[in-house]
Design a protein around this ligand. Sequence first.
Ligand SMILES: Cc1cc2nc3c(=O)[nH]c(=O)nc-3n(C[C@H](O)[C@H](O)[C@H](O)COP(=O)(O)O)c2cc1C
Ligand code: SF4
Length: 704
Amino acid sequence: MQLLEPGRIGTMVLKNRVIMPAMGIRGTVEKDGDWGDRVIAYYTARAAGGVGLITPEMVFVSRALELAASDCIDLSSDEHLKSVRRLADSLGKYDCKLSVQLTAGFGRVVPPYILPEWWTEDPLPEHLRPVSASVNDNHYLPDKRKFDSRPLTTEEAAALAQSFGPAARRAREGGAACVELHGHEGYLLDQFMTKLWNRRDDHYGGTRDKRLNFAREAIAAIRLEAGEDFPLIYRFGLTHYLPGGREPEEGLWIARELEKLGVDALHVDAGCYETHWWPHPPQYQEPGCMVSLAEQVKRQVSIPVIAVGRLQYPDVAERVLNENKADFIAMGRGLLADPDLINKVAAHKEEDIIPCIGCHEGCLWQMAEGKPTSCALRPTTGHEIEWPLLPVKHRASLLVVGGGPAGIEAARSGVERGFDVTLWEATGQLGGNLWPAAEPDFKLDIARYLKYLRHLAKKLPIEVVLNKRGMAQDIADFGADYVVLATGAKMEALPFQSSDTVKVLSAIDLLTGKETSRGKNILVMGGGLVGCETAVYLARQGKHVTISTRRGKEQLGGDIVDRSNREMLIAMIKDAGIRVHDNAVPVRLDNGAVVLQTGGPSNEGGSGPVERSERDELVDMINQNAKDSALAKSGDSGIAGEIVVAADSFVFAGRLLPQGALAKEIAAINGSTQNILSAGDCVKVDSIMHAVWGSFTAVREIAA
Ligand SMILES: Cc1cc2nc3c(=O)[nH]c(=O)nc-3n(C[C@H](O)[C@H](O)[C@H](O)COP(=O)(O)O)c2cc1C
Ligand code: SF4
């Protein structure tokens, strides 16, 4: 397999073609940002798992201009050299090399809320003002002039570019095998390279050639200080997919220029914060969604090209190499979900790989909340030291009731701890609500995860009993030492009976194939994740689809945690031509139609007006700006009255209700709930991460 063959970048030889790209680890670092034991354990687990080159999160070349910017370490002094060396040594034990990603900083994408007193109207102290190539609005609060970045002076820009030199030298002294320049995703270095954000007329702007001067000087400084032979990778986006941003033509010119400057490899992706679903591709993107961009660059240069973006599928990654579309594969989240991915490929055990589901919930969102970057499917990622599963002290039995993701995770962690595990599943197949979730063709990741869980359940030394509904008396009679209830959730009852002209069915029944829709016109009731995905699924089958949601349009897909995922799904709704009626409640079926009551007060839950601070309002504004989309601004708005929507079928994507009564029923028999644990949707309807982490925690904390 080419993926496992050695490769060369400049003077650096790697044992295989797999690179772990930089991913922020805000919550994993020590208080002073240093890479301590937790960070070493996290990266070393990936090195032990077979990857050839690891790039930790970005490292500042200087903090002088962005004092409050983040916890990331900087290499402007020797302060963090020791921890870089420790990490390089630790990775080296597995013949894995270290790449240090050097950044100029955030610029206009600095999160305002990390600045002190950010929510007030008071001007920021001059030394804390965001900086950029030109005056630019802040990505998060574009309407707040207070956060507009000031342009760096020519002298400041020159000094910042020079700072790359000593930082690269220190990286080399610390044992790094190469450095990577963080020139993508609309960060400060990219802001200098891009006309949209660089409107200078000095040495650093005015023409595309001058906009590259900042990068040129940074590269020259690295060469001077760290040596001509020290490999240098440049990471940049071929296009921003943003009006006014970089187009591929200029991107290809940049690639050729960088090659002329002696860069040793190009790491190619796309997008920026405004088009977040490119640099952070959700599950809806195709596997290898940015490979065609890497390929275009590869046709223009003779230095190695690194492709990235949903390449955790080994067959897809291998094909990219075989077809000569790239020379190396960067795998980010795939290695968060499964640190042993490469070893499993080498051992021909691909079916054992825990497949990243592109949800961003355990990685990006945990990081955004200041918690260790982890994984929805693998809670121990980023918690390698804190959350070990300790072996039970005495033999004990564990009964798991329910065979969805929560139940299977309970069984898996139970086995890891040494319990004798039995799993009862009420239906004839494992997987629970993953079955409907995996049905749309744009849910390949969930389909893979479902396949993986079923395979896992077969491999685990557990007794699986299908078609066994766990009734309270049966569970009590079974007499297990511990019980985990993972009985999931069910959709609420349909609001209408089918009429002669309108077929009424639930989204779950539609997606599991239990029911089929009728006719061309379909109204989907429900603007959450299930409703939105079901609407796109139907529209892609050629149906005319309308969504009705009793919330406002800005709440569409509001239960999706990650912004990339939500924004892309909303774009898919728009592309599919789906009409959205918000603040609308279906009140009755008519002749081949559904009548919606619109514009009334939203009947979503809530406890009346809440006193809100200025700060809360701003937090809302940030969230709203992040979630805003073309679709949210289009369509009908809530005018009071009735709307008649032509519909041959009414698909109900209602609330899922927890099936959580068993615990009390067992308690009534046993006289206690002791040793009866519950996890997943039967506790609170939520995401796959909630199910997996809930079970993992429940089993980990059993004092046995
Ligand atoms: C939690 C998280 C943090 C990230 N932080 C960085 C970063 O510091 N620097 C960077 O260049 N890319 C960063 N990225 C982008 C990744 O390097 C990678 O390009 C992206 O996850 C797509 O690759 P994948 O589909 O293999 O995960 C981050 C991604 C994630 C999920
Ligand atoms: S949290 Fe989701 S997106 Fe992130 S690595 Fe895990 S499965 Fe992938």
